[in-house]
Design a binder for this molecule. Structure first.
Ligand SMILES: *Cc1c(COP(=O)(O)O)cnc(C)c1O
Length: 349
């Protein structure tokens, strides 16, 4: 039987959850005051504070890039340095937006296995002394870690706490890029609070777009002391929505009753089942441990071609010596049938 096309290029190829669509329809049914002075945005503040078990301020913005860039610009001066993994979204996928929004702050790239930096390498980097007077160097001001990482792995609670301890010791802020935070929370089986403010995260970019929302990205401040400055930066950067209720409304049902974690749990489960099946096929190898909803594979060109012909879409990094490096991403919409179809096709191909 012909199977429906399966799009595993990314989790932002998925549609939106029915509860999100219902919330949008509700928000469209009545007029409301603009710029966040509306009941949905007020509800979002309450739901987010409840989900994170902490007073906070949550700000919808247009994209995850804007969330990261505005958050980092608020944390560092223009002569500041943000330390991050070399594969970080802020480095690889944001067209220098953090540098632009911060007025020229630098990203300092770090190595680290499986998409993670370690507290030890961070400490070693920060302890490095030069004889030049301090004024000659851009000043380390923040660390940005991605949870779950660009390699589909997760930082454990201890790892985040250790990184945060080094940050405290050196007077740096800790930012977390949580475009896929829910997948990490589901993988760790911890609470959203445990892996963020309780582990020393100061500011979080929290994304819902890849996990059930239409398009909803936010910045979350656990310490509201920086909010005043952030609000000016957000408006000046063009990310204060006049009809903010539509951004906020998407995240109200999403955050309710742990729905965001359940959706991510499903995506993770589908990825693990898919990875298990694919890794059992001779000639296919996994590049990273599959801990959330992203699978990085090395596979024969013939298998890659067979998948493409069967209507399975995914990103690949070109051919080399008859092999292809590929990324498959599952979402809240991926089904068991999709997974079985991809495995069967790969096995036959
Ligand atoms: C998707 C993603 C973002 C947000 O990307 P936008 O396209 O700007 O919305 C940010 N960080 C990570 C790690 C992502 O995967």
């Amino acid at each position: 039987m012909e199977h429906r096309p399966i799009n595993l290029a990314s989790d932002n190829t998925a549609g939106a959850h029915p509860e999100v669509m219902r919330a949008l329809a509700d928000a469209a049914a009545t007029p409301a005051m603009p710029y966040g002075d509306d009941p949905w945005t007020a509800r979002l503040q309450e739901r987010a504070a409840a989900a994170f078990e902490h007073p906070l301020a949550i700000y919808p913005v247009g994209t995850g890039t804007a969330a990261n860039a505005l958050a980092l610009a608020t944390l560092v001066p223009s002569w500041g340095v943000v330390l991050c993994h070399h594969a970080a979204h802020v480095e690889e996928d944001e067209c220098a937006a953090p540098e632009f929004y911060s007025g020229g702050a630098k990203l300092a790239l770090m190595d680290g296995e499986n998409g993670r930096i370690s507290a030890d390498s961070l400490a070693a980097r920060l302890d490095f002394a030069t004889p030049a007077p301090r004024v000659h160097r851009a000043q380390p001001a923040a660390v940005s870690i991605t949870q779950s990482t660009e390699s589909g792995t997760v930082y454990g609670l201890d790892e985040v706490r250790d990184i945060s301890a080094v940050c405290r010791q050196h007077g740096l802020a800790l930012h977390m890029d949580g475009a896929r935070l829910a997948n990490a929370v589901a993988a760790l089986g911890c609470s959203p609070a445990d892996i963020t403010w309780r582990s020393g995260v100061d500011v979080l970019s929290l994304g819902a777009t890849k996990n059930g929302a239409l398009c909803a990205e936010t910045v979350v401040f656990f310490d509201t002391g920086l909010c005043d400055e952030f609000e000016f930066r957000r408006k000046r950067g063009g990310h204060l929505f006049s009809k903010m209720r539509f951004a906020s409304a998407q995240m109200v049902p999403w955050l309710e009753e742990g729905r965001w974690i359940r959706l991510a749990e499903h995506a993770n489960r589908m990825a693990v089942e898919l990875a298990d099946g694919l890794a059992g096929i001779p000639g296919i190898t996994l590049q990273f441990p599959v801990e959330t909803n992203m699978i990085f594979l090395d596979l024969p060109v013939a298998t890659s071609g067979a998948l493409a012909r069967a209507g399975c879409l995914f990103y690949s990094w070109g051919e080399r010596d008859g092999r292809v490096s590929a990324r498959l991403v599952t979402s809240f919409e991926t089904t068991r049938e999709d997974v079985a179809h991809v495995i069967d096709t790969a096995r036959a191909g």
